[in-house]
Design a protein around this ligand. Structure first.
Ligand SMILES: [Mg+2]
Length: 233
């Protein structure tokens, strides 16, 4: 990013996995936790309206009048196939909320990301999240981190209901929702295709390459190993 671009940045949108936080927390803690507890959660809460609505959505998708335990098995199969079905995401969010509230785990955020996000917030820079996890899951994540409740730092959360992360239209939509020109927005991610899409929409970009992979091509994006090195005041 050149000096002018750095000066023009007025708001920040950040990815979570691989950017503010380790990929392993989501992959090795959150997803296995939801899979492990799916059957038990449905057995305990299946009669409650918000849960029943999601179970019915699964029955509709499968086209069969399955019992609750069969629905639970379908959902575990979807997790194994990495299906991004809406009822699955909704139920995972409910199970994760229970896990956070029980203190079974706390979300991981890198120290450098916490420090930088806090400083931006103190400097009056609006901060937003754009992640493939649901906006509810994002809020839960930042409300229960190893560094405490970080939700006061954020002004909003975008998920794939706004559009796919590799489509420039999604970044235009985010800029519109933020009420800002794309040029004044800095987007942070560990995935090149997402940065390419944001750049196409006119946003400033920065590739957060925590693995420090020297062979990783950076395209036109500035590369930083941590948030500390992001060239923005
Ligand atoms: Mg990522």
């Amino acid at each position: 990013m050149n000096e002018a671009a750095a000066r023009d940045v007025e708001a920040v949108v950040t990815d979570i996995e691989g950017t503010t936080s380790s990929i392993s927390f989501v992959k090795e803690v959150l997803f296995p936790y939801a899979r492990h507890r799916m059957e038990d959660f449905i057995a305990r809460h299946g009669a409650e309206e918000p849960v029943r609505r999601q179970l019915d959505a699964v029955r509709e998708a499968v086209g069969a009048p399955l019992g609750d335990d069969e629905v639970a098995r379908v959902l575990c199969g979807w997790i194994d196939e990495d299906r991004k079905a809406t009822p699955l995401k909704a139920l995972q969010g409910m199970i994760w909320r229970e896990g956070y509230e029980r203190g079974d785990y706390r979300a991981h955020v890198y120290d450098d990301a916490v420090a930088r996000l806090r400083r931006w917030h103190e400097d009056g820079v609006p901060l937003f999240v754009y992640s493939s996890g649901s906006a509810l899951a994002q809020r839960l994540f930042f409300a229960h981190t190893t560094a405490g409740d970080l939700t006061p730092l954020f002004s909003g959360y975008f998920d794939t209901t706004t559009g796919p992360k590799q489509n420039p239209d999604s970044y235009h939509a985010i800029a519109r929702a933020m009420g800002r020109a794309p040029a004044g927005i800095l987007f942070l991610s560990d995935v090149m295709a997402e940065l390419d899409a944001a750049r196409s929409a006119g946003m400033a970009t920065c590739l957060v390459d925590r693995a420090g992979d020297p062979g990783q091509p950076s395209g036109h994006h500035p590369v930083v190993p941590t948030f500390t090195a992001i060239p923005h005041p």
